[in-house]
Design a protein around this ligand. Structure first.
Ligand code: NDP
Ligand code: PYC
Length: 340
């Protein structure tokens, strides 16, 4: 039976920073990572919440990450900001590059932040929502490791390559989606494995290329993209834009860099931001109202907007003051907290 234990929200951040600093992350990195992990766990994003502390520690044990690295911003006058994470985790680099991305977006109407040479384990929605919370629309994308077969193939070439988008809505939660371009995120398959549950059909093939619902066989074989050739093309686009375009690694190259060691993939990240005031010819309010009519027509027919489950979970968890964590994961986290 998959039992869960309650964990007070006020303990989440401390538990995460304790584990991260004990495993070699500087206070600055630990704080940046814990912030995202806590944010995800409060929203019941289980595949990229506390569970990802295991991947962070595994990454440190693999030996290539620099847990102390301070990101360096490249000097530039243009709309493209480049920041070198210097083989640290991506999140501190995102924090360091964000103010310049915002300034550039306000100045030029559209701007980009390219993070290079980062280890990356996290969900992207907390990043794009930092931009939509100040009235900007935003997209973010990353490659990962080459676990995913292209449509028509049976060998891992592409990453799980998430794409996130957030649209600001005055006085309401933003319109946000954030999904892996594989049918399932790798983290989700790992959670199925831990829970002893079979996968749905269509998520993966085994190492011989046959369809499988066995999570371990899926991890050993190849994952599939969502939406057949359409998800496959989107995934390839992410490889290109967050890889060669920004002078960084593809998922195949990230896999090679890892040399079979576990942990988070190593590559770049691309974040794009748009200022509606520049694009809508001074008619932002009128166009926001048109966007709201679009959302209303979706919700009115009984469909839900992406992220609504998350916003509901946030409200519920904050109101009761605790999140629910699988008991087995909580035991693993206690072991890590004790230095294991
Ligand atoms: P999900 O399939 O759980 O959800 C994808 C999106 O679709 C969410 O915004 C979700 O909203 C929305 N959604 C789900 N069901 C519906 C529905 N019925 N109607 C409308 N919208 C719906 O996401 P994934 O498992 O693909 O990805 C999970 C996380 O993993 C992401 O945050 C992603 O960034 C992260 N990830 C990170 C990687 C990395 O390399 N760093 C690699 C791959 C994934 P809601 O949350 O409200 O359900
Ligand atoms: O869940 O696919 C995933 C993933 C890859 C890297 C971090 N998360």
């Amino acid at each position: 039976m998959n039992t869960v234990v309650p964990l007070e929200i006020e303990r989440l951040s401390r538990l995460s920073t304790d584990i991260l600093t004990k495993h070699g992350f500087s206070d600055q990195h630990a704080t940046a990572i814990a912030k995202i992990i806590t944010t995800c766990q409060i929203d019941d994003c289980h595949s990229h919440g506390l569970f990802r502390l295991l991947m962070c520690c595994e990454t440190m044990k693999a030996g290539k990450i620099d847990g102390q690295a301070l990101p360096v911003l490249h000097a530039t006058e243009g709309a493209v900001t480049r920041i070198d994470a210097r083989q640290g985790m991506s999140l501190l680099a995102f924090e360091a590059g964000l103010p310049r991305l915002i300034d550039n977006t306000r100045k030029h109407g559209i701007a980009a932040l390219a993070i290079n040479r980062c280890f990356h384990f996290s969900a992207l929605w907390p990043e794009v929502e930092q931009l939509s919370s100040i009235g900007l629309a935003a997209m973010a994308m990353v490659p990962s490791h080459s676990w995913v077969a292209p449509a028509g193939g049976k060998r891992g070439t592409l990453g799980t390559n998430p794409l996130a988008f957030s649209w600001p809505r005055s006085g309401r939660n933003p319109f946000t989606f954030d999904f892996a371009t594989s049918g399932f995120a790798r983290g989700e398959i790992e959670l199925y494995l831990r829970a002893g549950k079979p996968l749905p059909e269509g998520v993966a093939v085994d190492k011989d290329g046959y369809p499988t619902t066995d999570p371990q066989a899926a991890l050993d074989g190849a994952m599939l993209t969502f939406g057949g050739y359409k998800g496959s093309a989107l995934s390839i686009m992410i490889e290109l834009l967050a890889g060669p375009l920004i002078d960084d690694l593809t998922s195949m190259e990230s896999m090679k860099f890892a040399e079979g060691m576990g942990g988070a993939p190593y590559h770049g990240e691309l974040i794009l931001a748009f200022d509606p005031d520049h694009f809508s010819g001074g008619q932002t309010a009128r166009n926001d109202a048109r966007a709201e009519r679009l959302f209303a027509d979706i919700v009115d027919q009984g469909a839900r907007l992406p992220s609504q489950r998350r916003f509901d979970a946030r409200a519920r968890n904050i109101a009761r003051g605790y999140v629910e964590v699988p008991a087995a994961l909580f035991e693993d986290l206690k072991t890590l907290q004790n230095g294991g």
